[in-house]
Write a new protein. Sequence first.
Length: 374
Amino acid sequence: PPLDRILSLRDMENVAKHILSHKALAYYSSAADDEITNNENARAFLRFFFQARVMRPVSHCDPSTTILGFKSSIPVFVSGAALAKLGHPEGEANITRGAFKGGIIQMVSSNASLSPNAIMDAADQSQCLFFQLYKHRNDSIAEQRVRAIEKLGYKAIFLTVDAIVPGNRERDIRSPWIVDEQENGPIYYQPGSPADFPEAGQNLFGTAGALIANDDRDMTWEKTIPWLRRVSDLPIIIKGIQCVEDAVLAAEAGVDGILLSNHGGRQLEFSLPPMEVLYLLRRQRPGVFERVEVYIDGGIRRGTDVVKAVCLGAKAVGLGRPFLYAQSAYGVDGVSKTIEILKREIITAMRLIGVSTLNELNPEMIHRIDWQPI
Ligand code: FNR
């Protein structure tokens, strides 16, 4: 269908599901085990309702914000997701160009199909890009990577900590193994090839198993954060915080931000939905929001989802799959359309709640119900 017929992120996803290859769809959409956490990430938003205010002036409404001090047209960023070329020949460059058009920030995956260099080349001079880091188990290899990223002009490091081993994604594992010559070199191990991680060669862990085979499984607060601070001046954000206790430890470790995330339900099955973790953090440890910027990702598909998270104190939210689907279906225009849709939905929600800036959103505007609608 023509792009002007796409009204929602679900419409976009439906188009992508028709055009993606079997392998691409399996890799993009799959999640761990029975995909309960992936589904609940989205369903968690159904338990949060607004307590809207009326008789407030909203003809002027501004949904813009800053993330780590960088401007964003809406409180949304692209969460780094691997292998955009599986869905479209231009790959991540579509997301980079679309994000620029829409005025939001892209977090580039360590396992992007295009090199960090090529993605930077696709960016506008003035554009801000963040980098998602999978830390190599060898500190000096990891250090070289971080230094290269900083030199290229990436503005923050999102260190992923929830994927020290790959989750069990059966739809991905079942779908045929492919070897693809990506710009970063061949990133899929062939069955039987001498992988550093012997299980990877047997395809027991699917695509993710091959991609993160050399990652550090022994990271700690005491060792890894000071290491990263030593090798880089960039802001550090921990991606993959799944409980209140670790949010507190991250703040104490002196990082700049935390991304409450369970990797889109692709890692630990029955990890709590990030929206629920955000709710608990707001109730139990509100001080954390003063010390670090708090973000969430997982299951966000509507402007109201975004606004709910902002009410509870999230500075911004990330979306993973929707941007992969959008670039697969319509390239750059799909990405900018996705941002436009979210912006329109966010502004409508803000006006109907009775606020004209994001700062006015607060926890009193949210009520959590303990039953599940639908
Ligand atoms: C991811 N995600 C991810 N995270 C990360 O830190 N490094 C990565 O390389 C990837 N790769 C990746 C590939 C695909 C296909 C998906 C769907 C996800 C997780 C991603 O950053 C984010 O946490 C989730 O996608 C958020 O959930 P939603 O928005 O997809 O529901």
